[in-house]
Design a protein around this ligand. Sequence first.
Ligand code: HEM
Length: 153
Amino acid sequence: MATLLYVAHVLCAVVWVGGMVFAMAVLRPAAHEALEGPQRLAMMAAVFRRFFRLLWHVVPILILSGWAMLFGWYWGFGASIWHVHVMHATGLAMAAIFAFVALVPWRRMRAALEAGDRPAAAAALDTIRKGVLVNMVIGLATVAVAAWGRFGG
Ligand code: HEM
């Protein structure tokens, strides 16, 4: 059971952080290169609709599996596992940023697109981009800390 939780946890981290790296480092610059403003907005909306829907499932599994390991395996906050304590804090911060992005600017972007208000949609998309970028940096640092803490001492 512990192994299953561990595998689920790491897979969720891969999907979340890998998805953000792909969106920020590959998809967004490619969309700027290949598409005009209106098509770019439509495509990024279609991309984030799917990605955020996926993350509403992946993020809870990541956090619940992390808690299950922390409390069921390491017996909670007292254990001297500095990398897990750092991961716990950054993981909760990332989840809060995700919830904000998916509930505030993403809703604003959809409403603006429905109303045909492209400047408002572009402004909301820029806020989404900043949130995803911050989470990508924290996510990469979290994976580095997690791996370092486990094997680097
Ligand atoms: C509520 C938040 C989280 C908790 C309580 C948590 C807890 C844990 C625990 C207990 C382990 C096993 C550690 C070990 O045996 O050494 C682990 C592993 C791991 N976690 Fe998390 N985690 C959380 C969030 C995250 C997030 C947000 C990421 C990635 C962005 C992440 C990535 C990883 C990775 C890559 C491992 C495997 C490396 C390792 O075992 O140290 N975790 N996590």
